[in-house]
Design a protein around this ligand. Sequence first.
Ligand code: ATP
Ligand code: MG
Length: 455
Amino acid sequence: MPKRLIQKIKGLITGNSKPAYVRREIPRGEHHFPEEDIGRSVLSVLDTLTKAGYEAYLVGGSIRDGLIGMHPKDFDVATSATPEEIRGLFRNCRLIGRRFRLAHVRFGRDVIEVATFRASHQNVTEDDSDDSHQTDEGLLLRDNVFGTLDEDAVRRDFTANALYYRHTDGAILDFVNGYDDIRHKRLRLIGEPEQRYREDPVRMLRAVRFAAKLDFQLDPATAAPIPKLADLLGVIPPARLFEEFLKMFLSGHAEPVWPLLNQNKLTRWLFPGAAPENNTTPAADAMIQLALRNTDLRIADGKPVTPYFLLAVLLWGPLQRQWATYCADGIPVAPALQKAIQQVIHDQSRHISIPKRFSLPMREIWELQVRLGQRSGRRCEQTIQHPRFRAAYDLLLLREEAGELPKGLGDWWTQYQEADAAGREELCQNLGQKPQKKRRRYNNRRNRRPNSGAG
Ligand code: ATP
Ligand code: MG
C-alpha cells in the first residue's frame, strides 16, 4: 500500500489529520505591522479582488518582516479567486508555474504574486489528481489543490510565514500561533516536520535561510530531522537549487547561513567539495567565510554583487584538489587546470546547476589566478585589461587573507593598478624581469605544482 495512503488512514484513525490550532485575530492597533509600507499597487490588487467578491489578504514574508521591523521587500497576496478568475480581473496578469500555479500581476516595475488558497493533499479525490501529484515518498510534484483560508494557512511552511493581513480593517489573522512565534524569534514548521520536508525538501534550505535572515532560533523539532534528511535534496532539480542558492547567498545574510548549512549537513549536498566533512582546508574555509562577509557588506552598502565570484570562491578548494590530482598524474599544469575546471563544474552541476553566464566568468577568474603570477610588462598589461581582472584580483586578495598564499602578490597588483605607465614599468623591472617577446610554454614544465599565485 502506498505510504501516503497509510499516512492518511493513520490520520483518520487517530484523528490527527488536522493539527489543533486556534484561530486568532490581532486587531489594528495591537500589532506593529507598518501598513504605510504597503505599496499602492498591492492595495489596488487587494481592492479589486475584494470588490469582485473574493477574499484577499497579504501573506507570507512581508507580514513576518514587517512585524520584526524589517521593511518588507515584496508582497504576496493570497485569495479565494482561482488563477483563471484572477486573470479575468487584471489586464496585466500572467499565469505561471506548473508545480505551483499562480498569477503575476504587473504594475509598472512591480510584480505582485497572487496565489489561490491551497488545501492539504490528504483528502484528494481521483478527480483532483491533475492538480495533486505526490510520490509514494511524499514528495509534492504538483500543489494545485485549492482550498479555504484556514486550509491555506496550515499548508504553508513555517508558522511565521502563515500570517494574513486584512486590508479592509488592518487586522492580522493567525491560525498557527505564528504571531507568538515571531515575538519569541522562533522558526517552527507547521505540522509534522519530517512529513513536511519529504513533501518539499527545499523547506530545509528555507529553514536555514530564514533562521539566518531573521536571527530566529530553529525550533528543536523543526531542526532535528534535517541532517538525516539532507540528501533528499537530490530529488530537487538543480535549476531550482540554483534559485535557492541565490536567495541564501545573495540576500544580505550569507555569513550566518554558512555555519547553519554546515551544522545541518546541508552543504554536503549543495557544495559537496566545500563541505567540512570532505577534508576542506582551513584556508579554503576561511576564504569562504571572508567572501560571504564581504558579500553581505556590499549588499548592505547597496553595491552590486555577482553570483560568479562567490561560486568561484566556494569551488576554489575543490578545484585546487582536482588540479593537484591531475598534476600528480603527470598532466602538465595548464591542461591539468582546464581539465580540473571542467570536472569541478560538471560535478557541481549535478547538485546546483550554474547557468553558462555565470560559469564562464567563474572559469575566467580561476584562469586568471595563473596569469596574476606572471608579471612581465606585456603580460601585466593584458591581464589588467581583462574584463574579469578586478574579480580575479579580489580572489587573489582573499587567498592571501585566508592564509593560502603568503602576502605580497596582491599588494604588488594594488600598486600596479594605481601606478602610471612609468611606475608600472618600474614595478616590473624591480622584479628583475624583462618584457617577454615569446609566450612561455607550459607544456615543457611537467609536474609543476598548481599555481601558488606567488609567481
Ligand atoms: P522572502 O520573499 O523574504 O524570501 P517569503 O516568506 O515571502 O520570504 P516566498 O518564497 O516569497 O517566501 O513565499 C511566500 C510564502 O509562500 C511563504 O511565506 C510561505 O507562506 C509560502 N511558501 C513558499 N514556499 C513554500 C514551500 N516550499 N512550502 C510551503 N509554503 C511555502
Ligand atoms: Mg516573498
